[in-house]
Ligand binder design. Structure first.
Ligand SMILES: [Zn+2]
Length: 183
């Protein structure tokens, strides 16, 4: 999925420049991929799936890993569906998830945490390495909601750390107003 995203973003640059830039700035830095300040500094060699040599080496491993994680997600989706029907939660971003994933070596633990949060669309994923398993699905106790990405987070700031990095901390005050209105 990440490789497909990279390719689509790269191919959109000449046609949908602003959209491509916005998507690029939201892209996670995973699997060793590091972003530039702007998508306009990128090269097709770095971005296009067919040209990406580094990721091909890990492709089989990554596929194996995610086929296991996918099974966990299926269970998770069943649970969240029930929780939504019984009005326990509004959406999956209100969830803190605990899972156990198979061993991996294609990215760091921090990168994996980000990937899993995006994969499950939850505010927080705590994971251990072992037999793939869904351990706990519970409401995120922190009620501070980021006005930009709607994820729940801990900390003093008005927006979550990840958004702060994406938009640059000098702009975070813009969100102060939005935040105070939404609460
Ligand atoms: Zn955020």
């Amino acid at each position: 999925m990440f490789l497909a995203l990279k390719s689509i973003v790269a191919l959109s640059v000449p046609i949908l420049s602003f959209l491509a830039e916005e998507a690029y700035l939201h892209m996670p830095e995973v699997f060793g991929f590091r972003k530039f300040e702007s998508v306009f500094f990128e090269t097709y060699d770095r971005m296009l799936f067919s040209k990406s040599k580094i990721t091909f080496e890990n492709e089989a491993k990554i596929n194996r890993f995610f086929s296991e994680v996918e099974k966990i997600r299926e269970k998770f989706l069943e649970i969240i569906d029930k929780m939504r029907k019984s009005k326990e939660v509004g959406n999956s971003l209100e969830i803190e998830l605990k899972i156990s994933v198979p061993p991996f070596d294609f990215c760091s633990m921090e990168e994996m945490e980000k990937i899993l949060e995006e994969f499950f669309i939850v505010s927080s994923v705590k994971f251990s390495v072992g037999d793939p398993e869904l351990l706990e699905v519970k409401r995120y106790e922190n009620t501070k909601k980021c006005p930009r990405c709607w994820k729940y987070f801990e900390g003093e700031s008005e927006i979550c750390k990840r958004c702060e990095i994406v938009i640059g901390s000098q702009y975070k005050d813009i969100y102060k107003d939005v935040y105070s209105k939404s609460n």
